[in-house]
Design a protein around this ligand. Structure first.
Ligand code: SF4
Length: 339
């Protein structure tokens, strides 16, 4: 049985050809899937009943299941989604003050091999990559469930997107072409997989690259992110400069502020020095304590001091708005996920 979600126009045409239907039927099905977000073929009401019955013999819209759904007081929704093999991932819909801006935070893998110290996903180890269809199904599920159109997608859910690059790139192409989400509204976040960052630079991607840096120097980074032993900050810096040179795009630096680990005045100055010649914006994320480790959240005062010192170095700095903290969907709580 063919799953229609995730197929592009040409792939849907293959199905309609086999059913001896016109390319126009394929276009109608495509619109029902991506623009009207239907859950079943019966909802495709501009197709004849006879054709819908024929289509139902060979295809279904989706086979993904919503296992749980939690809604935060601020409107954030966290889903636990189950795929046909029983594996599950979390996906979050975030609404910001501007209600027109709906951001889906999608997962790219089940589990993760990178094993950052602050992240429960990493503790599971790597289970498997998601297919590009499973990635885009997360956004389609949100659209079907809410009736809303997602406007931005961030690859900041479970998994390291650059270790599943082919599927992530294919999903981004579909978000761009089939969902009609602008490339600049797509963000890929990585713990710093250098060879893949270089690959992205060669693709001249117009989407946003976010780097989960989380430390101002090698010693602190290797304490909290094992990936530093494989791809260290000095080499990472070269890759980031190469990326900026090739794409002309500004990078986003994600920095998780953990009390007494990486939040001192000295750390802020070191970070400013490290980023001095990299075209970037900085996103500070005060840590959300979880039960999985002893890390603590810094005081608001030290967050503001850290921000001030970085701004003083000439960078644009934001403190990430917390979303969905009451349903464990805030950064650091998506099964402990923060990159
Ligand atoms: S923070 Fe991201 S890269 Fe690190 S272990 Fe978790 S999912 Fe993997």
């Amino acid at each position: 049985m063919e799953i229609l979600s995730g197929l592009n126009q040409t792939e849907i045409e293959k199905i309609t050809d086999e059913l001896k239907a016109s390319k126009f039927r394929a276009r109608q099905i495509h619109n029902w899937i991506y623009l009207k977000s239907v859950s079943s073929i019966d909802e495709m009401t501009d197709l004849s009943v006879k054709f819908r019955e024929e289509l139902k013999q060979v295809a279904v819209v989706t086979d993904i299941k919503i296992k749980t759904k939690q809604v935060s007081s601020d409107g954030t929704i966290k889903y636990l989604l189950e795929f046909s093999d029983g594996e599950c991932v979390e996906t979050v819909l975030m609404r910001f003050d501007n209600r027109a801006n709906l951001t889906a935070c999608v997962s790219s893998q089940v589990g993760c091999a990178v094993n950052c110290s602050f992240c429960a996903t990493g503790k599971r180890g790597f289970i498997r990559n998601l297919s590009y269809k499973e990635i885009i199904e997360q956004v389609l599920t949100i659209q079907r469930d809410t009736g809303l159109k997602v406007t931005n997608v961030v690859f900041m859910g479970q998994g390291e997107p650059l270790l599943n690059l082919d599927n992530v790139l294919k999903a981004m192409e579909i978000f761009n072409e089939d969902f009609q989400i602008g490339a600049r509204r797509l963000t890929v976040s990585t713990s710093g997989i250098i060879p893949q960052i270089n690959k992205l630079a060669d693709f001249n991607m117009q989407s946003t690259l976010a780097i989960s840096l989380h430390a101002p120097n090698h010693n602190i980074r290797r304490q909290i992110m094992k990936i530093e032993d494989k791809y260290n900050m000095e080499e990472l810096k070269k890759a980031l400069k190469n990326y900026v040179n090739k794409t002309g795009r500004r990078i986003t630096i994600e920095y998780l502020l953990i009390k007494d680990v990486n939040d001192s005045v000295e750390n802020a100055k070191e970070l400013a020095y490290y980023l001095n010649d990299i075209k970037c914006n900085i996103n500070l994320i005060p840590y959300n304590p979880t039960e999985q480790n002893d890390y603590k959240r810094p005081s608001n005062n030290s967050v503001m001091k850290f921000k001030y010192l970085l701004e003083h170095s000439g960078k644009k700095v934001t403190v990430r708005l917390e979303r969905g903290a009451d349903i464990d969907a805030a950064c650091g709580q998506l099964k402990g996920k923060v990159c």
